[in-house]
Design a protein around this ligand. Structure first.
Ligand code: FES
Ligand code: FE
Length: 376
């Protein structure tokens, strides 16, 4: 993995350059984020036809919208005339079409070119041919997943299958009815760190005792350092005196109806490659979506999802949200502490993974394997 000469029992991290090199980041954008299914938008953010969001997927801006028939559509956010960005806002709503602000080419919600000044005098401009470029979409867990690849990989195998394999049982996540839950709170974190530092941090709990006092209070097994914040398939038990997954251990809100007795008072977590972390607790689900924007900058959009009636009734979600918001803030501060040091000569050949972090080496191998595709 590195050129470093270490005893066989010591596993090295990636060298610092993997977190700072623009060319490597561009390869990751191409061979990871632009090639795999990417969790882009909460479907409920697209309330009605014409509602849209723009999201950065790899090096592309993607426009995700709802068509008149209610289906979700996604397009490259690029006008086919002279290439202007169609929309620059993060979200908004159009009545029935996207009109380019430059020369007023107009596309309907299915991406067809429907109008342009003097179009009738331009017989060579085929309206179908010059429609917006389609991006593949799927909906799952109440999110819109997009894929920029010409031939997308199997969603069932790569996304649903990964969850099934990791949790051992698809029902385990199915019980939470994630697609029917409502967004109780969303916090967007602009993290000045490479996306891999964020994944690596989520993958280990060696840091939990040091930086997560509230989380280790609720989940005592995390204090030992051997858990992984991002993969808990067995269900970490709440502490004896803990009433709910809240910042002070107080009772949360009503349990999600499908959650089984076995799943009560437990925390499950899973990573869906390449950019999603899912946390499941009895009364809510936390979904993180990462948007790697630059080699040293990653936006993380985190949704706290609760039962619809709980959100509609305006119940106090504060103590529930505050717990993982603090965890996020603590984690992202740690990542930002590491990022500047990635370009230090002290880290030119990387650091080491202690035994409870060895599984991070598997993630590194996976990343390197994706990059190796660049050279074949
Ligand atoms: Fe969009 Fe000209 S660039 S209409
Ligand atoms: Fe953490």
């Amino acid at each position: 993995m590195t050129t470093r000469d270490l005893p066989p029992s010591v596993i090295a991290t990636l060298p610092g350059g993997h977190y700072t090199d623009e060319r490597l980041f561009a390869l990751e954008q191409e061979h990871i984020f632009e090639s795999m299914w990417f969790c882009a938008v909460r479907a409920s953010d697209l309330g009605r036809p014409g509602a849209f969001r723009t999201v950065q997927v790899g090096r592309e801006s993607v426009l995700v919208t709802r068509a008149r028939d209610g289906s979700v559509r996604a397009f490259l956010n690029v006008c086919r005339h002279r290439g202007a960005r169609l929309r620059t806002e993060e979200s908004g709503e159009v009545k029935r079409a996207f009109q380019c602000p430059y020369h007023a080419w107009t596309y309907d919600l299915d991406g067809r070119l429907v109008a342009a000044p003097n179009l009738t005098r331009m017989p060579d401009i085929d309206r179908v041919e010059y429609g917006l470029i389609n991006v593949h979409v799927r909906e799952w867990l109440g999110y819109v997943w997009v894929c920029l690849a010409g031939e997308p990989p199997s969603f069932e195998a790569d996304v649903v299958g990964e969850v099934r394999t990791r949790l051992g049982d698809e029902e385990l996540i199915g019980n939470y009815g994630v697609d029917a839950l409502a967004v109780g709170r969303r916090i967007v974190y602009d993290v000045k760190a490479n996306w891999k530092l964020i994944v690596e941090n989520f993958m280990e709990c060696y840091h939990c005792a040091t930086i997560h006092p509230e989380l280790t209070e609720v989940l005592p097994e995390f204090a030992g350092g051997y858990a992984a914040q991002s993969f808990v398939g067995h269900g970490a038990r709440f502490g004896e005196d803990v009433q709910g997954f809240t910042v002070d251990g107080s009772e949360g809100v009503e349990r999600i109806p499908g959650v089984s007795e076995d799943q009560d008072r437990r925390y499950y977590a899973i990573t869906i490659k390449p950019q999603v972390f899912v946390n499941l607790v009895p009364d809510h689900v936390i979904i993180h979506r990462m948007f790697p924007l630059a080699v040293d900058r990653t936006v993380v959009e985190c949704d706290w999802l609760f039962r619809e009636d709980v959100v509609a009734e305006g119940r106090d979600l504060g103590p529930s949200v505050e717990l993982f918001h603090r965890v996020n803030a603590q984690d992202f501060e740690a990542c930002e502490r590491c990022q500047p040091a990635m370009s230090s000569r002290a880290y030119a050949r990387g650091g080491v993974l202690v035994p409870s972090e060895h599984h991070i080496g598997v993630f590194h191998d996976w990343v390197l394997g994706r990059l190796a595709r660049a050279s074949v």
